[in-house]
Design a protein around this ligand. Structure first.
Ligand SMILES: *[C@@H]1O[C@H](CO)[C@@H](O)[C@H](O)[C@H]1NC(C)=O
Ligand SMILES: *[C@@H]1O[C@H](CO)[C@@H](O)[C@H](O)[C@H]1NC(C)=O
Ligand SMILES: *[C@@H]1O[C@H](CO)[C@@H](O)[C@H](O)[C@H]1NC(C)=O
Length: 274
């Protein structure tokens, strides 16, 4: 009696192949340390807050960027700028500190809904609140892509992502170049070319595409590549992920957007669990 092939082993074997495509040396993790020093005068050392990128050893990895004024914004040299204000302040006698914020829904680590590039989906109400939490949460593959190309059909094919894999986070040259840690927008970021997006749609079961800069599509193919991904309404795009210090491999991905009615984008908190 022939034993049925174990699907997990098959997947692991396939991933072992993928990880050899490129081995991005993960250099020191960039840090937000300079952001955390705004209240230096506490006498009590216990009152210094801890800002974490990982929890419980490396069991939980936070792959969301911190929102701060100098984080890059699409086509801006000045970062996102001030987005948070104290509306009520205890220093001024208010009963609590209460802040207000304002920024584009496509700021920082965020998700795109089908209405982002399709007017009829927008009008029909395919907003971020309609995105499927089953797709946004589950097993995911982190892969390195070749550093000398954008993500074309040829590159997609070379990654050998097995059928059945539904969530893939693509780590690119953007992470090596630390583009999300630079205030100035850089239009030379790596992303999907239209043919790469089409290849993914036609030849894989991927329903969640994550990438490490503000858009999954290259600057040159911004609109056509988004149109390919969002056409079926079944593919969720997660952009500006923080993949520094993440090893390639399989994780449990957990992403939760805000329930913004009629919004075609939303900030999203994403973590990987080992
Ligand atoms: C607190 O009061 C000062 C002085 O009137 C004012 O400049 C500042 O904007 C106030 N801040 C808030 C958050 O209300
Ligand atoms: C409230 O906000 C003020 C700034 O106006 C800050 O100095 C103070 O630490 C805050 N208090 C609390 C309890 O967070
Ligand atoms: C990717 O495409 C952009 C234009 O959209 C280009 O500036 C960049 O050099 C390309 N990157 C690579 C690695 O080919």
């Amino acid at each position: 009696m022939a034993a049925a092939p174990n699907p997990i082993l098959l997947l692991l074997a396939a991933i072992a192949t993928i990880t050899t495509v490129s081995s991005a040396a993960s250099s020191a993790h960039p840090s937000y340390d300079s952001l955390a020093t705004s209240c230096p005068t506490f006498a009590d050392a216990d009152l210094v807050p801890i800002r974490r990128e990982e929890y419980d050893g490396r069991r939980i990895l936070d792959i969301t960027h911190v929102y701060h004024e100098d984080m890059p914004a699409f086509e801006s040299d000045d970062g996102i700028g001030q987005f948070l204000w104290l509306r009520e302040s205890m220093k001024n006698g208010s009963f609590a500190n209460i802040s207000e914020m304002k920024f584009l829904t496509h700021t920082g680590t965020h998700v795109d809904a089908p209405g982002h590039f399709y007017q009829h989906y927008f009008e029909a109400g395919f907003d971020v609140d309609t995105l499927d939490l089953v797709i946004l949460n589950g097993p995911a593959l982190v892969v390195d892509v070749p550093r000398d190309k954008n993500i074309t059909a040829e590159v997609m094919e070379s990654l050998h992502i097995p059928r059945g894999v539904r969530r893939v986070l693509f780590r690119t040259l953007n992470t090596d170049r630390k583009l999300m840690w630079k205030k100035e927008f850089d239009s030379t970021y790596v992303g999907f070319m239209t043919d790469g997006a089409q290849w993914l749609v036609d030849n894989t079961d991927i329903k969640l595409v994550g990438l490490d800069y503000l858009s999954v599509a290259t600057y040159d193919d911004l609109k056509p590549a988004h149109l390919v991904f969002l056409k079926s309404k079944d593919i969720i795009l997660v952009e500006a992920l923080k993949l520094d210090n993440v090893e390639v491999g399989i994780y449990s991905l957990h992403c939760l957007p805000l329930r913004l009615l009629s919004a075609e984008g939303s900030p999203i908190r994403c973590i990987l669990i080992n």
